[in-house]
Design a protein around this ligand. Structure first.
Ligand code: C2E
Ligand code: MG
Ligand code: MG
Length: 439
């Protein structure tokens, strides 16, 4: 009944325990077991590159790490090779369950030392909350599995909660690919703009451009559902250029309409495939020639992990981007294991702190590291945007920590260009009113 390598319960025992947990739950509504399926990303490749023996010791390390986060009433099992599962009894509130899953995800991500190397393992986590006590064990496990596959399909290293829609969204990959190839010319790709607010006076300082795909059948898809496909089939270059050009055109209009005021900025996300091609510089040059924007106000957002894939090459390209008059933001800072030494050498003007550092912990405090990141950025001459500011107290506290800008639902969700323009012509007071109205 136990797995030889880790000593954890195996699949059979896990299902047995699940049945027991659900039986308890039927007699006691206070009990709300939820099921979590944890599948390591690309573990086959890791195994192939380090060998089975090291692969096994990685699995053992992971099993121990996961075990340390649990309470005695929770059950962790190893279902198969690189798949673990958990019956979570110690948390009952959906928000706390998700926070718990987030802790699991982060615990897993910490590098594992091996000889003189470090190995990074991530996992896709599917979560099935027990909302309905009458459901059958196999069905709940299937739901968690569907959510896990969904997380995997959209790039891995994430948590997805099962939703009934996942059953019908199983459109096959090949169809998606060919539809995506036609999506730009069919004008199905939309660019939304999310406000970035200056915390000092809560005025709008700029916007981040975020892509959406209005799929004729599946409805509006988020970037997580199509960017990785676009990257794999090489379409990201066209898609990225489209978003860049659209945004530059929009920014030029906004700036022209607000002459005399300090120009706002707009930032556009750039994928690794784009960055590593020489055409990026060419594309950027022609976009900047087509649309007149103030120097440094069209910014490229680049993730830290992307820069670290090839630091020397990236440093060269980034310098050229700056020479052309574009700005540079380091996106999702804190999630990509960057070398601090390199950070000094990259010509970023802005650091965007990932929302996982901005969010309060389950104990209601903010990660202590937040303050250090902000002062480090300032020492390096960079400005700081905090991502994921969801409440007014987030904004107040971020300002007190010395952060210049914030972006998040507290100041508006990604919106159409028209809605963004409306927001721009009105007073900052309106932003506060908007926020209250949405609460
Ligand atoms: P990102 O660049 O880190 O963008 C921020 C994401 O956080 C956006 O998700 C945004 O909607 C979300 N967000 C903003 N405020 C809050 C908040 O207060 N709370 C929470 N929970 N979330 C918030 P979105 O639009 O789904 O985009 C996801 C990612 O997709 C982006 O992450 C970016 O990396 C990528 N992406 C978006 N558009 C493009 C694009 O045109 N090209 C490329 N290459 N990537 C893109
Ligand atoms: Mg971004
Ligand atoms: Mg980000």
């Amino acid at each position: 009944m136990h797995d030889n390598l880790t000593g954890l319960p195996n699949r059979e025992l896990f299902i047995d325990r699940m049945e027991a947990a659900f039986a308890y739950a039927r007699s006691d509504p206070q009990m709300r077991p939820s099921i979590m399926l944890i599948d390591l990303d690309r573990f086959k490749q890791v195994n192939d590159s380090v060998g089975i023996a090291v692969g096994d010791s990685i699995l053992l390390t992971i099993a121990r790490r996961l075990g340390r986060v649990l309470k005695p009433q929770d059950t962790l099992a190893r279902l198969s090779g690189d798949q673990f599962a958990l019956i979570l009894m110690s948390e009952k509130e959906p928000a706390r369950i998700v926070a718990f899953a987030e802790t699991m995800r982060r615990t897993l991500r910490a590098p594992i030392a091996f000889n003189d190397r470090e190995i990074f393992i991530t996992a896709s986590i599917g979560l099935a909350l027990s909302e309905n006590q009458q459901v059958r064990t196999e069905e709940v496990l299937k739901d968690a599995e569907l959510a896990m596959y969904y997380a995997k399909r959209i790039g891995g290293d994430r948590i997805e909660i099962f939703k009934p829609a996942m059953r019908s969204r199983k459109t096959d990959r090949l169809t998606m690919e060919s539809e995506l190839r036609r999506a730009i010319e069919r004008e199905e790709i939309k660019v939304l703009y999310q406000p970035i607010v200056r915390l000092e006076d809560r005025a709008i300082a700029g916007f981040e451009a975020l892509a959406r795909w209005d799929h004729p059948k599946m409805g509006r898809l988020s970037p997580a559902e199509f960017i990785s496909i676009a990257e794999e089939i090489g379409l990201i270059v066209d898609l990225g250029l489209f978003v860049l050009d659209r945004t530059a055109r929009q920014l030029a209009q906004w700036q022209a309409a607000n002459k005399g005021r300090e120009p706002i900025f707009a930032s556009v996300n750039v994928s690794s495939r784009q960055l590593l091609r020489h055409d990026l510089i060419q594309d950027l040059r022609s976009v900047l020639a087509r649309h007149t924007v103030a120097r440094g106000t069209l910014k490229l957002e680049i993730t830290e992990s992307l820069v670290m894939e090839n630091p020397e090459h990236a440093a060269q390209i980034l310098s050229r981007v700056r020479e052309l008059g574009a700005g540079l933001s380091m996106d999702d800072f804190g999630t990509g294991h960057s070398s601090l030494a390199y950070l000094q050498r990259f010509p970023f003007d802005t650091i965007k702190i990932d929302q996982s550092f901005v969010r309060t912990t389950p104990r209601g405090t903010r990660p202590v590291i937040l303050r250090s990141i902000i002062s480090m950025a300032h020492d390096l001459g960079m400005e700081v945007v905090a991502e994921g500011a969801e409440t007014d107290s987030d904004a107040v506290e971020l300002y007190q920590l010395g952060c210049e800008y914030a972006q998040g639902f507290a100041f508006g969700e990604p919106m159409s260009a028209e809605a963004a323009r409306d927001l721009l012509v009105e007073k900052p007071a309106r932003i506060r009113a908007l926020k209250i109205a949405s609460e």
